[in-house]
Design a binder for this molecule. Sequence first.
Ligand SMILES: *Cc1c(COP(=O)(O)O)cnc(C)c1O
Length: 396
Amino acid sequence: MTKRRVYVDNSATTPVHPQVLEEMLPFFNENFGNPSSVHSFGRQAKKAMDKARERVAVALGAKTEEIFFTGSGTEADNWAVKGVALANKDKGNHIITTKIEHHALLHTCEYLEKHGFEVTYLDVDEYGLISLKQLEEAIKDSTILISIMFANNEIGTIQPIGEAARIAKEKEIYFHTDSVQAMGNVKIDVKELGVDLLSISGHKIMGPKGIGVLYIRKGVRLDNLIHGGAQERRRRPGTENVAAVVGMGKAAQLATENLEQHIRDMTSLRDKLINGIYERIPHVKLNGHPTERLANNVNFSFEFIEGEALLLSLDMVGIAASSGSACTSGSLDPSHVLMAIGLSHEIAHGSLRLSLGEINTDEDVEYILEQLPPIVERLRSLSPLFKQCEGGKVSV
Ligand SMILES: *Cc1c(COP(=O)(O)O)cnc(C)c1O
């Protein structure tokens, strides 16, 4: 009997969609031209790039000339923040972001702090939501950029991005949003939202790894991060990864075309998992917002358990999940996101993220609900704290 394998770590990465792969393949060999070349090989590659850019623009409600391909979501985030900071230092040196951003954003801000910029990291409430009032209060005359993630990669909380962008616009401050997790799970229209800059990544939406997009509203002043040739209208030099660009275009198209159905499917699987875990396992807590959350995100804390031990046990029965985010696992520090929503170290360490995707089925959810409770029970039976609790001192 082959072992069952259930992948529920879609917020870490997704497989490449078969239709995406099919469109990418010819660009590794048959159509290998450099898009900057004038001959037919080059023109063919250029044409494919144009088509991909058009698809991404349509997916985001942007103009094609506002779409710039980068080497990752991380690079798009770096470019937005460093680019605006450097190009606008004559206006001020203050940036506002949140405590729960991805490290692509947080570590970029920390770097800028070492170079004379001042950064305000907004708190979030117990559900992971920012306060718009606190955002308004944090604005100073020297504020040049506000960067708030659309949806959190660990707990799935969705921020009121349209409202936050409106506050920024009133004060003539640039607004960036890391939409890597929101893309494909939330409707995104850059004009409706009123954002100036927005990042997405290929491999989180069934596209390839190593490709991202930065939407730059026409007229936004930002410096280049990379210097070199004339690619991406002189703003992101380096010979283009044509196959990945083609894949990004197709992935963005697929992610938006079927968005409503996808959200319905994911929400149904998500709620089945959430309710099933609550019904079957005592002493658990759902992290993130009950309703303002990504359709594909489930994040629970299990009292009296180490998240890492849980992950390993799940892996033994073929279930691939994550504790916190892939980047923080392997380190002993509890996730900065779980800290920001006020969890204690112990509870944060017992957290498990199950992130769903198009590849998941009802059977996957049933398998998880069958496997998880006995694993939790076994791990708890090894915990001295749990025995105390069962003896009467219940803390949840
Ligand atoms: C994955 C992720 C990124 C980084 O994207 P890469 O393409 O992997 O560099 C940035 N922000 C968020 C919220 C993410 O989930």
